[in-house]
Design a protein around this ligand. Structure first.
Ligand SMILES: Cc1cc2nc3c(=O)[nH]c(=O)nc-3n(C[C@H](O)[C@H](O)[C@H](O)COP(=O)(O)OP(=O)(O)OC[C@H]3O[C@@H](n4cnc5c(N)ncnc54)[C@H](O)[C@@H]3O)c2cc1C
Ligand code: SF4
Length: 511
């Protein structure tokens, strides 16, 4: 047994790259050893996109260098260290041997699986273990639970209004600026013609990132995704530059074209900041304040600024609270009993459906696709085709550079697949080809005809939509937001209905 007079061991996980992290606050540099670990378990528990692994390891290495420069003692375990234990718990055990700490001080993990492991540490290690709340989120897990407890519907809009009041963002004299809380209806401009969005800044790999890219090619060569386009911000300075460019060049149009999709234009007016926010390189509240400032200065309209703030203090905070409130059940939820295997084209992009092919191409090239591509193309297809939620979840968690289970799982299981039975979404986000046609330029050059409802040339989303509605009628008919469509279905008559169902079955058979 040690005399417990050793240093404080502060493990910092890969998505905790924040200088003001709760576990560092109040610590002295002399009496603290920061532990950072690249471990195989984390890099492989799903087969992450190559850019995602490169991004996280590179950002970690840059952050370790920044901490060292600031005078902190950092014990950094690289993936290739020959004694690397391969897991967080294994590496903390080795660090305890090396440093004989008086205490381990760590901020709670973002993911359930990792948090479960951390909670076992007090029984595993002789020193004290202090687990701190992650106060980089504006709403703690306990605050969300208090809000959610006893509510039948966990409506995001109600949560969002509370967050607006709590932060004072876009609030004047207790009322929403502009008179309305939510300008979602002004976030749906169709792209009609080509949109010219300024390119986002790229950050070409430096020596550290090149080293990490070589490591990824060596250890994870068979993982999905291209590395050639790697240009993510890997340091705080770069993330700030990316944020500056967004506020200066794209925020203004962000609102109107938030839901638009244009073939080959991957970023449009989106911020592309999720990777930096999720890693801890950017502070979400600070970004929201900057957006509000842009509105106050007359540099961006209210629908853009409110839309951006809603995504962050609304959706981002909400899904994080929802995740912890609904875990571990959420990971296995399958209210619609979906069981089809994930089609191979989610990996290869080889499909004649032009919208899906482009979204998979963007995903492969950039480890990114924007919200409506994730929700209304890739997600909508998985919902309508009844793909097994576990396989869909695993895919999303693997392919996006910003994907951590706390944010991916609620979006996929609850928002996209309705697998939670409707706790998050008031209705399934199911749509026919019409929606995609309205919000994108995909359909014009597609091999399928969006105007054909059935038959071999029909846009597959069309018959799949009615097939889905027909099969889930019992559950959905009483839903006040969607139930009315059954009157349309009933009016079609049996022949038309049979046409739809047969066409859908033909699509599903060929997946
Ligand atoms: C099926 C599906 C899976 C998703 N998986 C992830 C994921 O793994 N990681 C992730 O960070 N986001 C995820 N999202 C949310 C959203 O698609 C991404 O945050 C966004 O596309 C990131 O790009 P951006 O930074 O340009 O976002 P912008 O459109 O510029 O939005 C600004 C910010 O708002 C936040 N945000 C927006 N929408 C959401 C949302 N629904 N949930 C949480 N935060 C949101 C993000 O922090 C984002 O950076 C998912 C959405 C869907 C529908
Ligand atoms: S026609 Fe259908 S499959 Fe083709 S791009 Fe449009 S929505 Fe996608």
């Amino acid at each position: 047994m040690s005399d417990r007079s050793g240093p404080v061991l502060v493990p910092i996980l890969g998505d905790q790259l924040t200088r003001t992290l709760a576990s560092l606050r109040g610590q002295t540099k002399e009496n603290t050893v920061i532990l950072m670990m690249e471990v195989r378990d984390e890099a492989t528990y799903v087969r992450h996109h190559k850019q995602k692994i490169a991004l996280i390891f590179s950002a970690m290495r840059h952050f370790a260098a920044e901490l060292r420069e600031a005078g902190w003692q950092v014990d950094y375990v690289a993936l290739s260290d020959k004694d690397n234990a391969g897991s967080f718990t294994g590496e903390v055990a080795r660090a305890v041997e090396r440093h004989d700490p008086a205490k381990i001080r760590i901020v709670e993990a973002g993911e359930w699986r990792v948090q479960q492991a951390i909670e076992e540490w007090p029984g595993k290690f002789a020193c004290a273990v202090e687990i701190l709340c992650d106060d980089r989120f504006l709403s703690s897990i306990a605050q969300f639970r208090d809000w959610a407890e006893g509510r039948k519907h966990l409506t995001m809009e109600h949560f969002y209004r509370e967050m607006r009041r709590r932060t004072g963002l876009l609030i004047k004299a207790g009322k929403p600026v502009g008179g309305e809380w939510n300008l979602d209806k002004q976030n749906r401009e169709s792209p009609a013609g080509r949109l010219d969005a300024p390119p986002r800044p790229q950050f070409p790999p430096d020596a550290i990132t090149h080293e990490v890219i070589a490591l990824v090619e060596e250890h994870f060569a068979d993982h999905f995704g291209a590395l050639e386009n790697f240009g993510w911000p890997v340091t705080r300075e770069q993330a700030e530059q990316a944020a500056n460019a967004f506020f200066a060049e794209r925020l203004e149009q962000f609102g109107p074209y938030q839901d638009a999709m244009v073939h080959g234009q991957d970023d449009l007016f989106h911020s592309m900041l999720s990777t930096s926010i999720n890693l801890g390189l950017l502070d979400p509240l600070d970004l929201c304040r900057r957006a509000q400032q842009a509105y106050d200065d007359g540099k961006a309209p209210l629908n853009s600024v409110e839309g951006f703030i809603r995504q962050i203090i609304g959706w981002r905070e909400y899904v994080r609270g929802f995740y912890w409130y609904c875990m571990p059940e959420l990971a296995h939820a399958n209210a619609l009993g979906a069981s089809r295997p994930l089609p191979a084209f989610y990996w290869t992009g080889e499909t004649d459906m032009r919208c899906l092919a482009d979204c998979v191409r963007a995903t492969r090239d950039n480890a990114h696709a924007h919200h409506i591509q994730r929700l209304m193309v890739l997600g909508n297809f998985a919902l309508l085709a009844g793909i097994d939620p576990r396989q869909v979840q695993e895919w999303y968690l693997a392919v996006y550079a910003d994907a951590y289970e706390w944010v991916e799982l609620p979006n996929v299981a609850a928002m996209v697949l309705y697998a939670d039975g409707g706790r998050l979404a008031t209705k399934p986000y199911a749509a026919s080809g019409n929606y995609i046609n309205k919000m994108s330029d995909y359909c014009g050059k597609c091999r399928y005809k969006v105007s054909h409802k059935t038959g071999p040339d029909a846009c597959p989303f069309n018959p799949l939509y009615w097939h889905f509605m027909h099969h889930h009628r019992e559950r959905l008919e009483s839903n006040h937001r969607i139930g009315r469509i059954y009157a349309t279905w009933d009016k079609m008559g049996e022949d038309k209905q049979r046409d739809y169902l047969d066409s859908a079955e033909a699509v599903l058979k060929n997946l």
